[in-house]
Design a protein around this ligand. Structure first.
Ligand SMILES: [Fe+2]
Ligand SMILES: [Fe+2]
Length: 245
């Protein structure tokens, strides 16, 4: 079968209810991947991104759904590339009952983005968020990877793991789905942004216990099939951050 060419100018369905809605910036080696999870009565936006990415990300949201249908936004950590544009995003959504889902260590910092929505602190809610359909989003606490409030989101229905910076990658030749050289691109990012192998390895040991169908990181490429095992084994052994000083 020939390779399918994806149109990065538009939202891309990863599954029928999970969409990649990122900005493919050909000038940058660090691509950001916001995702939209569309459930019956809930739409969850994951790591919506920065102010410069806002026009393109929001256009892709509007192409896919009515932004007013978004009921919750996950901010996996506080970085500007993850959620620097939150104030304008919540403005467009315009819902009084919109929830910003994050860890308390993240909420303490993202307050400074000047947000008006209510926060949903995962650490005070059993690390779970229940959608109206009964679908469960579970959060795993991944402290210092690379932020004290970092979380990942596990969708029990589709076994999708949204990992934010973990499994992130930097490379000039980006593709939405991992290609041959993906481990090298992942190494470069983790060596720069992750604190050390001891922390990273423990996190990988936690992930190994999950039934993961796909990993959807906030940078780099989506991992499926055999690539999941390859990536976990690779990061388990990778010296990074403090190990390299
Ligand atoms: Fe980050
Ligand atoms: Fe990031």
């Amino acid at each position: 079968m020939g390779k399918i060419t994806l149109d990065y100018n538009n939202a891309i369905a990863v599954l029928r209810d999970i969409f990649w809605i990122g900005f493919y910036d050909q000038e940058s080696s660090l691509h950001c991947n916001p995702y939209l999870l569309i459930d019956d009565e809930d739409v969850v936006l994951i790591d919506p991104g920065s102010i410069p990415h806002f026009p393109i990300v929001m256009r892709k949201i509007i192409d896919t759904i009515n932004p007013a249908e978004i009921t919750a936004i996950v901010a996996s950590h506080q970085d500007p590339d993850v959620c620097g544009g939150l104030a304008v995003v919540e403005d467009v959504i315009g819902r009084k009952d919109l929830k910003i889902i994050a860890h308390s260590n993240t909420i303490r910092l993202i307050r400074h983005y000047g947000l008006s929505s209510d926060y949903y602190a995962v650490d005070k809610n059993d690390y779970k968020y229940l959608l109206k359909s009964g679908r469960v989003l579970e959060f795993l606490y991944t402290p210092y990877l690379h932020s004290p409030g970092a979380i990942v989101t596990y969708d029990h229905k589709t076994h999708s793991l949204f990992t934010s910076d973990i499994f992130g990658a930097v490379s000039q030749n980006w593709s939405l789905y991992a290609e041959d050289n993906f481990l090298d691109a992942m190494s470069a990012f983790h060596q720069l942004y992750m604190p050390g192998n001891d922390v990273l390895r423990k996190c990988m040991e936690k992930f190994e216990k999950l039934n993961i169908a796909r990993i959807l990181p906030q940078h780099g490429s989506i991992l499926e099939g055999e690539n999941i095992r390859l990536a976990i084994d690779h990061l388990k052994a990778l010296p990074c951050g403090n190990d390299l000083l």
